[in-house]
Design a protein around this ligand. Structure first.
Ligand code: BEZ
Length: 305
Protein backbone atom coordinates (compact mmCIF):
# COMPACT_ATOMS: atom_id res chain seq x y z
CA UNK A 1 0.00 0.00 0.00
CA UNK A 2 1.33 3.40 -0.96
CA UNK A 3 0.39 6.97 0.03
CA UNK A 4 -1.16 7.40 -3.40
CA UNK A 5 -3.71 4.71 -2.47
CA UNK A 6 -4.68 6.63 0.65
CA UNK A 7 -5.16 9.87 -1.34
CA UNK A 8 -7.30 8.08 -3.92
CA UNK A 9 -9.33 6.29 -1.28
CA UNK A 10 -9.99 9.53 0.69
CA UNK A 11 -11.12 11.33 -2.49
CA UNK A 12 -13.59 8.54 -3.37
CA UNK A 13 -14.82 8.31 0.24
CA UNK A 14 -15.45 12.08 0.37
CA UNK A 15 -16.94 12.50 -3.10
CA UNK A 16 -18.93 9.24 -2.77
CA UNK A 17 -18.61 8.92 -6.52
CA UNK A 18 -15.76 7.69 -8.74
CA UNK A 19 -16.30 10.28 -11.50
CA UNK A 20 -16.16 13.27 -9.15
CA UNK A 21 -13.20 11.78 -7.26
CA UNK A 22 -11.31 11.25 -10.51
CA UNK A 23 -11.97 14.89 -11.48
CA UNK A 24 -10.76 16.08 -8.09
CA UNK A 25 -7.58 14.01 -8.45
CA UNK A 26 -7.09 15.04 -12.11
CA UNK A 27 -6.88 11.43 -13.27
CA UNK A 28 -9.12 9.27 -15.44
CA UNK A 29 -11.82 7.18 -13.78
CA UNK A 30 -10.78 3.65 -14.93
CA UNK A 31 -7.29 3.79 -13.34
CA UNK A 32 -8.86 5.22 -10.16
CA UNK A 33 -11.31 2.31 -9.96
CA UNK A 34 -8.43 -0.14 -10.55
CA UNK A 35 -6.34 1.43 -7.77
CA UNK A 36 -9.21 1.16 -5.28
CA UNK A 37 -9.82 -2.43 -6.31
CA UNK A 38 -6.12 -3.18 -5.90
CA UNK A 39 -6.16 -1.56 -2.45
CA UNK A 40 -9.10 -3.71 -1.38
CA UNK A 41 -7.37 -6.83 -2.73
CA UNK A 42 -4.09 -6.00 -0.97
CA UNK A 43 -5.90 -5.45 2.32
CA UNK A 44 -8.26 -8.36 1.78
CA UNK A 45 -11.27 -6.28 2.81
CA UNK A 46 -14.15 -4.43 1.20
CA UNK A 47 -13.96 -0.67 1.81
CA UNK A 48 -17.07 0.42 -0.15
CA UNK A 49 -20.54 -1.06 -0.41
CA UNK A 50 -20.42 -1.55 -4.16
CA UNK A 51 -24.14 -1.54 -4.87
CA UNK A 52 -24.89 1.71 -3.03
CA UNK A 53 -25.41 4.94 -4.99
CA UNK A 54 -24.01 7.34 -3.83
CA UNK A 55 -21.13 5.14 -2.69
CA UNK A 56 -21.14 4.25 1.00
CA UNK A 57 -18.22 3.10 3.13
CA UNK A 58 -18.41 -0.25 4.88
CA UNK A 59 -17.63 -0.30 8.63
CA UNK A 60 -14.07 -1.33 7.73
CA UNK A 61 -13.97 1.50 5.19
CA UNK A 62 -14.96 4.02 7.86
CA UNK A 63 -12.18 2.75 10.13
CA UNK A 64 -9.70 2.97 7.26
CA UNK A 65 -10.91 6.50 6.32
CA UNK A 66 -10.29 7.92 9.83
CA UNK A 67 -6.79 6.49 9.94
CA UNK A 68 -5.98 7.36 6.32
CA UNK A 69 -6.82 11.02 7.08
CA UNK A 70 -4.49 10.95 10.06
CA UNK A 71 -1.62 9.43 8.04
CA UNK A 72 -2.08 12.01 5.25
CA UNK A 73 -2.12 14.88 7.78
CA UNK A 74 1.04 13.55 9.41
CA UNK A 75 2.68 13.21 6.01
CA UNK A 76 1.85 16.83 5.15
CA UNK A 77 3.26 17.86 8.53
CA UNK A 78 6.43 15.88 7.97
CA UNK A 79 6.88 17.39 4.50
CA UNK A 80 6.39 20.95 5.80
CA UNK A 81 8.74 20.49 8.73
CA UNK A 82 11.45 18.81 6.70
CA UNK A 83 11.28 21.57 4.13
CA UNK A 84 11.69 24.13 6.91
CA UNK A 85 14.60 22.31 8.53
CA UNK A 86 16.34 22.13 5.16
CA UNK A 87 15.80 25.76 4.21
CA UNK A 88 19.04 27.67 3.79
CA UNK A 89 17.31 31.00 3.84
CA UNK A 90 15.14 30.68 6.91
CA UNK A 91 11.49 31.67 6.76
CA UNK A 92 8.73 31.82 9.31
CA UNK A 93 5.07 32.17 8.40
CA UNK A 94 2.98 33.76 11.16
CA UNK A 95 -0.82 33.57 11.38
CA UNK A 96 -2.70 35.98 13.61
CA UNK A 97 -6.25 37.05 14.44
CA UNK A 98 -6.93 40.73 13.74
CA UNK A 99 -7.42 41.77 17.37
CA UNK A 100 -3.83 40.78 18.30
CA UNK A 101 -2.64 43.67 16.12
CA UNK A 102 -3.83 46.03 18.85
CA UNK A 103 -1.86 44.12 21.48
CA UNK A 104 1.78 43.15 21.41
CA UNK A 105 1.95 41.63 17.91
CA UNK A 106 3.50 44.62 16.09
CA UNK A 107 6.13 45.03 18.81
CA UNK A 108 6.89 41.28 18.80
CA UNK A 109 7.34 41.21 15.04
CA UNK A 110 9.52 44.35 15.01
CA UNK A 111 11.77 43.01 17.77
CA UNK A 112 12.00 39.55 16.22
CA UNK A 113 12.99 41.06 12.88
CA UNK A 114 15.69 43.17 14.46
CA UNK A 115 17.10 40.29 16.56
CA UNK A 116 16.82 37.65 13.81
CA UNK A 117 17.47 39.50 10.57
CA UNK A 118 18.38 36.18 8.89
CA UNK A 119 14.81 34.91 9.29
CA UNK A 120 12.25 36.12 6.80
CA UNK A 121 8.91 36.67 8.56
CA UNK A 122 5.58 36.75 6.69
CA UNK A 123 2.30 37.69 8.36
CA UNK A 124 -1.10 36.22 7.49
CA UNK A 125 -4.36 37.40 9.04
CA UNK A 126 -6.64 34.39 9.67
CA UNK A 127 -9.10 33.07 12.24
CA UNK A 128 -7.91 30.73 15.00
CA UNK A 129 -9.66 27.79 13.30
CA UNK A 130 -7.97 28.58 9.97
CA UNK A 131 -4.65 28.77 11.81
CA UNK A 132 -5.08 25.17 12.99
CA UNK A 133 -5.67 24.01 9.40
CA UNK A 134 -2.83 26.16 8.05
CA UNK A 135 -0.43 24.77 10.68
CA UNK A 136 -1.29 21.20 9.73
CA UNK A 137 -0.90 21.97 6.03
CA UNK A 138 2.45 23.69 6.58
CA UNK A 139 1.19 27.09 5.35
CA UNK A 140 2.09 28.76 8.66
CA UNK A 141 4.58 27.83 11.39
CA UNK A 142 2.99 29.64 14.30
CA UNK A 143 -0.43 31.14 14.98
CA UNK A 144 -1.65 33.71 17.48
CA UNK A 145 -5.35 33.38 18.25
CA UNK A 146 -7.92 33.48 21.02
CA UNK A 147 -9.89 30.22 20.79
CA UNK A 148 -8.95 27.12 22.79
CA UNK A 149 -9.35 24.54 20.07
CA UNK A 150 -8.22 20.96 20.77
CA UNK A 151 -6.28 19.23 18.04
CA UNK A 152 -3.84 16.37 18.60
CA UNK A 153 -1.49 17.75 15.94
CA UNK A 154 -1.31 21.22 17.51
CA UNK A 155 0.53 22.42 20.62
CA UNK A 156 -0.99 25.44 22.36
CA UNK A 157 0.54 27.84 24.85
CA UNK A 158 -1.71 30.37 26.56
CA UNK A 159 0.50 33.44 26.73
CA UNK A 160 -1.77 35.68 28.76
CA UNK A 161 -5.38 36.31 29.66
CA UNK A 162 -6.33 39.75 28.41
CA UNK A 163 -8.97 41.69 30.34
CA UNK A 164 -12.09 42.76 28.48
CA UNK A 165 -13.24 46.39 28.61
CA UNK A 166 -16.33 48.24 27.33
CA UNK A 167 -16.31 50.67 24.42
CA UNK A 168 -19.07 53.30 24.68
CA UNK A 169 -19.94 56.28 22.51
CA UNK A 170 -18.40 59.42 23.99
CA UNK A 171 -20.94 61.15 26.26
CA UNK A 172 -22.91 57.92 26.94
CA UNK A 173 -24.42 58.11 30.47
CA UNK A 174 -22.80 54.77 31.46
CA UNK A 175 -19.38 56.24 30.78
CA UNK A 176 -19.83 59.46 32.72
CA UNK A 177 -17.38 59.54 35.65
CA UNK A 178 -17.26 55.74 35.91
CA UNK A 179 -14.01 53.86 36.56
CA UNK A 180 -15.65 50.43 36.24
CA UNK A 181 -18.87 48.88 34.96
CA UNK A 182 -20.42 45.46 35.47
CA UNK A 183 -21.80 43.37 32.60
CA UNK A 184 -25.13 43.60 34.39
CA UNK A 185 -25.25 47.34 33.68
CA UNK A 186 -24.83 46.73 29.94
CA UNK A 187 -27.86 44.52 29.30
CA UNK A 188 -30.14 47.42 28.35
CA UNK A 189 -27.84 48.35 25.43
CA UNK A 190 -27.33 46.98 21.92
CA UNK A 191 -24.25 44.79 22.13
CA UNK A 192 -22.06 44.92 19.01
CA UNK A 193 -19.98 41.75 18.62
CA UNK A 194 -17.24 40.68 16.19
CA UNK A 195 -16.14 38.88 14.14
CA UNK A 196 -19.43 37.63 12.76
CA UNK A 197 -17.70 34.73 10.95
CA UNK A 198 -16.05 32.27 11.06
CA UNK A 199 -17.21 30.94 14.41
CA UNK A 200 -16.32 30.14 17.13
CA UNK A 201 -14.56 33.46 17.60
CA UNK A 202 -13.99 36.26 20.08
CA UNK A 203 -17.69 37.08 19.58
CA UNK A 204 -18.57 33.80 21.34
CA UNK A 205 -16.31 34.63 24.28
CA UNK A 206 -18.25 37.87 24.77
CA UNK A 207 -21.62 36.11 24.42
CA UNK A 208 -20.49 33.39 26.86
CA UNK A 209 -19.50 36.08 29.39
CA UNK A 210 -23.14 37.31 29.43
CA UNK A 211 -24.63 33.83 29.25
CA UNK A 212 -22.49 32.47 32.12
CA UNK A 213 -23.88 35.23 34.33
CA UNK A 214 -27.46 34.56 33.23
CA UNK A 215 -27.56 37.94 31.45
CA UNK A 216 -29.14 38.65 28.08
CA UNK A 217 -28.32 41.85 26.18
CA UNK A 218 -31.39 43.70 24.87
CA UNK A 219 -30.17 43.39 21.27
CA UNK A 220 -27.13 41.90 19.57
CA UNK A 221 -25.59 43.18 16.37
CA UNK A 222 -22.88 41.09 14.70
CA UNK A 223 -20.27 42.82 12.56
CA UNK A 224 -17.33 41.67 10.50
CA UNK A 225 -14.48 43.13 12.53
CA UNK A 226 -13.35 45.21 15.45
CA UNK A 227 -12.88 48.46 13.51
CA UNK A 228 -16.49 48.30 12.33
CA UNK A 229 -17.69 47.61 15.86
CA UNK A 230 -15.83 50.70 17.10
CA UNK A 231 -17.17 52.81 14.24
CA UNK A 232 -20.74 51.79 15.09
CA UNK A 233 -20.10 52.47 18.78
CA UNK A 234 -18.87 55.95 17.81
CA UNK A 235 -22.06 56.42 15.76
CA UNK A 236 -24.18 55.62 18.83
CA UNK A 237 -25.48 52.27 17.51
CA UNK A 238 -24.54 50.42 20.69
CA UNK A 239 -21.69 49.35 22.89
CA UNK A 240 -18.99 46.72 22.44
CA UNK A 241 -16.91 44.55 24.76
CA UNK A 242 -13.36 44.61 23.44
CA UNK A 243 -9.91 43.31 24.50
CA UNK A 244 -8.22 45.90 26.73
CA UNK A 245 -5.33 46.44 24.28
CA UNK A 246 -7.84 48.16 21.98
CA UNK A 247 -7.60 51.01 24.48
CA UNK A 248 -4.38 51.97 22.69
CA UNK A 249 -6.45 52.67 19.59
CA UNK A 250 -7.26 56.20 20.66
CA UNK A 251 -10.48 57.61 19.18
CA UNK A 252 -11.96 60.85 20.44
CA UNK A 253 -15.51 59.62 19.77
CA UNK A 254 -15.25 56.42 21.88
CA UNK A 255 -14.81 56.07 25.66
CA UNK A 256 -13.36 52.90 27.20
CA UNK A 257 -14.40 51.75 30.68
CA UNK A 258 -12.98 48.78 32.59
CA UNK A 259 -15.14 45.86 33.69
CA UNK A 260 -15.27 45.07 37.40
CA UNK A 261 -14.96 41.28 37.06
CA UNK A 262 -11.36 39.97 36.77
CA UNK A 263 -12.72 36.76 35.23
CA UNK A 264 -13.79 38.64 32.11
CA UNK A 265 -10.78 37.79 29.99
CA UNK A 266 -9.88 36.60 26.52
CA UNK A 267 -6.75 34.44 26.15
CA UNK A 268 -3.95 35.05 23.68
CA UNK A 269 -2.84 31.63 22.49
CA UNK A 270 0.30 30.69 20.58
CA UNK A 271 -0.21 27.54 18.47
CA UNK A 272 2.45 25.42 16.83
CA UNK A 273 2.68 21.99 15.22
CA UNK A 274 2.96 19.37 17.95
CA UNK A 275 6.19 17.94 16.60
CA UNK A 276 7.86 21.22 15.65
CA UNK A 277 10.82 21.69 17.99
CA UNK A 278 12.45 24.43 15.92
CA UNK A 279 14.89 26.79 17.61
CA UNK A 280 13.28 29.77 15.81
CA UNK A 281 9.94 29.10 17.45
CA UNK A 282 11.59 28.71 20.85
CA UNK A 283 13.39 32.01 20.29
CA UNK A 284 10.11 33.71 19.44
CA UNK A 285 8.37 32.36 22.52
CA UNK A 286 11.23 33.41 24.80
CA UNK A 287 11.27 36.86 23.23
CA UNK A 288 7.52 37.30 23.86
CA UNK A 289 8.02 36.65 27.60
CA UNK A 290 10.96 39.08 27.60
CA UNK A 291 8.76 41.75 26.00
CA UNK A 292 5.99 41.10 28.55
CA UNK A 293 8.55 41.61 31.34
CA UNK A 294 9.81 44.82 29.75
CA UNK A 295 6.28 46.19 29.27
CA UNK A 296 5.13 45.08 32.76
CA UNK A 297 2.36 42.93 31.24
CA UNK A 298 1.09 40.04 33.38
CA UNK A 299 1.47 36.67 31.63
CA UNK A 300 0.91 33.01 32.38
CA UNK A 301 3.86 30.79 33.27
CA UNK A 302 5.15 29.12 30.08
CA UNK A 303 3.49 25.71 30.21
CA UNK A 304 1.82 23.89 27.37
CA UNK A 305 -1.93 23.22 27.37
C1 BEZ B 1 -0.15 39.92 23.07
O1 BEZ B 1 -0.80 40.96 22.89
O2 BEZ B 1 0.15 39.51 24.18
C2 BEZ B 1 0.29 39.15 21.87
C3 BEZ B 1 -0.25 39.41 20.62
C4 BEZ B 1 0.19 38.68 19.53
C5 BEZ B 1 1.14 37.71 19.68
C6 BEZ B 1 1.66 37.43 20.92
C7 BEZ B 1 1.25 38.14 22.02
Amino acid sequence: MELRHLRYFVAVAEERNFTRAAERLHIAQPPLSRQIQQLEEDLGVQLFERQSRPLRLTDTGRFFYTHALRVLAQTAELEAMTRRVGQIERKMQVGFVGSTLYGMLPRIIRRFRSEHSDIELSLHEMSTMDQIKALKEGRIDVGFGRIRHEDPAVRRVVLREERMIVALPVGHPLGEGRQELSLHELVGETLIIFPKAPRPSYADQVLAAFHDRALKPRRIQEVRELQIALGLVAAGEGISVVPSSVHGLKRDDVTYVELDDPNLVSPIIMSMRMLDESADLRAMQEMIYRLYEEAGIAYLPPTQE
